[in-house]
Design a protein around this ligand. Structure first.
Ligand code: CA
Length: 376
């Protein structure tokens, strides 16, 4: 019996040795002695890493997704890499995740690049911008349209390696207590809406307010704010907005498919064996697919709950309002790219890809979508 276990163990470690040796021999063919010696270092070294996140602990999909990522990496490395996930504020404040990973205080992080717009405004394009690409288009740009190369290049300046780590899909425009029929209706409206979307609101006469997630419900209930956006039906339902708002508007023109991120300290990542680098990347692909599927399935389920369980009116912003917001967005993005060289370069790639893929979408997704939604 004992022999059997030892043989199993040996075969397992031999398999891992094989992977490591393959990698090493490909970069140093001449020195065969190191091919034999070095792999044992790879197999014995355990990595106990931290992942700080911008999400409240166990926040649905994004927070729980970070924990899943850590479990997948642990499984795939056969226990060699252990990642302890910290909810926002438990090890470092949520908005210090970027700095903590840059410095190596935490080896990894989970968040969204638009939180770091203050460091470099071009980083917003790697999450979402108003009237930006949807999730499918964003993934195509990142994985097959040059987006990821740009993202990696920009993050390298901050000693970071980024991976796409989930997408919210198109969000909802938000919760209102008055009708929005023209751009005029935004005048004087105090709305919780972050980022460039907030700038658009400001330009049409509203007041963007930044409230932490935990304060939004009370602020809306007490009239400190008149309206709020959050994410989509699933997370919005959990916040209880359907109990205190009259109208739930779509579509989320300001967040059309927010791409989330896993970030790794670049110096530490570069020092990893190729096999572990590859696992960290593969797990991010898995997270990216899992999170979008989870968002879509849950939003679908919870939209029905909101319809059945509340008196909220679900409405669409009309085309005049959307066109007006779009024109303001054009001005704001043009101002941004004219002021900032990185934004100019990223937007050149982003906007060309978006324009081309929108043309293609007219014939593929768009047309098909029209056929099917007209039947429902
Ligand atoms: Ca949002």
């Amino acid at each position: 019996m004992k022999k059997k276990i030892n043989r199993k163990k040996f075969l397992k470690s031999a398999a891992i040795l094989g992977m490591g040796a393959g990698f090493l021999s490909s970069c140093s063919n001449k020195d065969t002695s190191s091919d034999i010696a070095a792999p044992s270092l790879i197999t014995t070294k355990k990595y106990k890493w931290k992942m700080v996140t911008t999400w409240p602990p166990n926040f649905p999909v994004v927070g729980t997704g970070a924990v899943k990522y850590s479990e997948w990496v642990n499984e795939m490395t056969n226990g060699q890499v252990e990642i302890k996930v910290y909810g926002g504020g438990t090890l470092v404040p949520a908005l210090e995740v970027f700095d903590a990973v840059t410095s190596g205080a935490s080896e990894m992080g989970s968040g969204a690049s638009y939180y770091w717009a203050g460091k470099n405004p071009s980083l917003q394009f790697f999450t979402t911008v108003p009237f930006g690409m949807n999730a499918q288009q964003m993934n195509s740009w990142l994985y097959a349209g040059g987006g990821m190369e740009l993202w990696r290049e920009l993050y390298a300046k901050y000693n970071l390696v980024p991976f796409a780590g989930g997408n919210t899909g198109v969000q909802m425009a938000g919760w209102f207590n008055k009708e929005i029929n023209t751009l005029e209706d935004f005048k004087g409206l105090k709305m919780r809406i972050p980022g460039l979307g907030g700038k658009v609101l400001q330009e049409v006469g509203g007041t963007p307010v930044l409230s932490a997630g935990s304060e939004i419900y009370t602020n809306l209930e007490r009239g400190v704010i008149d309206a709020t956006e959050w994410i989509g039906p699933y997370h919005d339902y959990l916040m209880g907005f359907h109990d205190i708002a009259k109208y739930y508007y779509s579509p989320g023109w300001h967040e059309t498919g927010s791409n989330l991120e896993i970030i790794i300290n670049k110096r530490l990542y570069d020092g990893l064996p190729k096999s572990i680098q590859s696992i960290l990347e593969a797990a991010a692909y898995r997270l990216n697919a899992w999170a979008l599927a989870e968002f879509e399935a849950k939003n679908n389920e919870y939209l029905q709950k909101i319809i059945k369980e509340s008196d909220v009116e679900i409405r669409q912003l009309n085309s005049e309002v959307l066109e007006g917001l779009f024109q303001v967005r054009e001005k704001i993005i043009n101002d941004l790219v004219n002021k900032d060289a990185d934004s100019k370069r990223v937007y050149a790639s982003y906007s060309k890809f978006q324009k081309d893929i929108t043309d293609w979408s007219k014939f593929s997704e768009g047309l098909y979508h029209k056929v099917m939604t007209s039947r429902s």
